[in-house]
Design a protein around this ligand. Structure first.
Ligand code: C5P
Length: 400
């Protein structure tokens, strides 16, 4: 996947630096060449010897090292790679990058480089949430620096929250997305995923059992083929894919707005399980038990996002894909749904409890297109996603 690709890996000084050793191993296994740069603080956590042994080359640390400068000047070092990865990107490194400081080798390389930069922040949750770090993050994102993580979880310092560095495998996926020579380079694809939550009052809502697993797998597969992915997700169980633009929403109406704001795009995949109805006017205060009986909830119909986009007169994506989760007459219902909504393809599946598909790791789908119904064998949701992504790439390649 990363053959002939070259990564300049800057390892900052945080406890997560130990994960960067595994990242080097994964990058090299994927075929990439890795040139490591270890900051002085980074060397307090991992040794230059381990970094260099895993990378299979020397590790650069000092701005004023005569030997290094004679071998490769720091400006040249900043330009050797296809991608600069900063992992862990500490609060200090982020601040230096945002300010354009160049007081050490890592900061100088980041200021001098003309190649894309991906950073994996890692720090204590309070440091991450501090307005200064959030300002720096916004500045860096505005400068075009891609970000993977941080994840929420237990931290080495004993606290809990966002600040853990993304796992090496997630960083690898984000690197692959950026360096892919895939067929979807230059294509913009929108995906909806997960359930929606429709409020009844400030504490109650209507929801469904969608985990978001299939939509997330499709987003990952499309990004791995090089697509720019915009992932509009309801409150899902699974974490969103790494390295894609994530827009989080709660309700169907918010999802429609996010979808409209993300257009135009080349293809759109509507994998979300959108609630068909919402409570017409959600109560501003918590509904109370009343002696006189049950609260009367009046429902209103939610916008059908798939139908809306499929039937756009102007700016319709070249390829619109919907899903049909059915329990009876799967083929007939899904084929009728394709006509009714006006989408190009429907991915149909049988979600009867005996199939074990809903909430499971496997899926058995039928792809319905204008030329007919094509049953795919039962396989893992990741494999369904990979096959669908390939089909989308083929369709877009043919000018869909
Ligand atoms: O009508 P039904 O919910 O069965 O259709 C399923 C397809 O329509 C899915 O692709 C789903 O994402 C999409 N949908 C939508 N907006 C809705 C309801 C469903 O985009 N309000």
């Amino acid at each position: 996947m990363l053959a002939d690709k070259h990564v300049l890996l800057i390892i900052g000084g945080g406890i997560a630096a130990y994960k960067s050793l595994e990242l080097i191993r994964l990058l090299r296994t994927a075929g990439a060449r890795v040139t490591p740069v270890l900051t002085r603080a980074g060397a307090e956590f991992v040794t230059p010897l381990s970094v260099s042994a895993l990378a299979g080359c020397k590790v650069y640390s000092d701005l004023f090292d005569l030997g290094d400068e004679a071998e490769m000047g720091h400006i040249q070092l900043s330009r050797v790679a296809d991608l600069v990865v900063v992992a862990p990107a500490t609060a200090d490194l982020m601040a230096k990058m945002a300010q354009g400081l160049a007081g050490d080798l890592a900061a100088t390389l980041l200021l001098a480089t003309d190649t894309p930069v991906l950073m994996a922040p890692a720090m204590n949750v309070r440091m991450w949430e501090h307005p200064a770090t959030q300002r720096n993050l916004a500045t860096l994102q505005g400068d075009g620096i891609a970000v993977v993580g941080p994840n929420a979880g237990d931290m080495a310092c004993g606290e809990y929250g966002p600040g853990r560095m993304a796992e090496p495998a997630e960083i690898l996926t984000a690197v692959e997305m950026r360096l892919s020579d895939g067929p979807l380079i230059g294509k913009r694809v929108l995906i909806t995923s997960g359930p929606t939550h429709e409020p009844i009052d400030p504490v109650r809502y209507i929801a469904n059992r969608s985990s978001g697993a299939q939509g997330t797998a499709i987003a990952t597969a499309l990004a791995a083929l090089g697509a720019e992915v915009i992932f509009v997700t309801g409150p899902a169980d699974v974490p969103p894919p790494a390295g894609v633009k994530v827009i989080s929403v709660q309700t169907a109406e918010q999802m429609l707005q996010a979808v409209q704001a993300a257009l135009p795009c080349d293809a759109a995949v509507f994998a979300a399980a959108v609630a068909d109805w919402r409570v017409a006017s959600a109560s501003a205060s918590k509904l109370k038990k009343t002696k006189g009986g049950l609260p009367a909830l009046t429902f209103a119909e939610n916008p059908d996002i798939l139908r809306h986009v499929s039937q756009m007169k102007k700016g319709r994506p070249g390829l619109v894909v919907g899903f049909a989760a059915e329990t009876d007459d799967v083929l007939a219902n899904a084929t009728a749904k394709r006509d009714r909504k006006g989408c190009d393809w429907i991915v149909a599946n049988d979600v009867s409890p005996e199939t074990g598909i809903m909430g499971g790791t496997e899926n058995a789908v039928t792809l319905i297109t204008e030329t007919g119904a094509e049953p795919w064998p039962r396989m893992g949701k990741d494999a369904v996603a990979a096959q669908l992504a390939q089909r989308i790439a083929t369709a877009l390649g043919q000018g869909a």
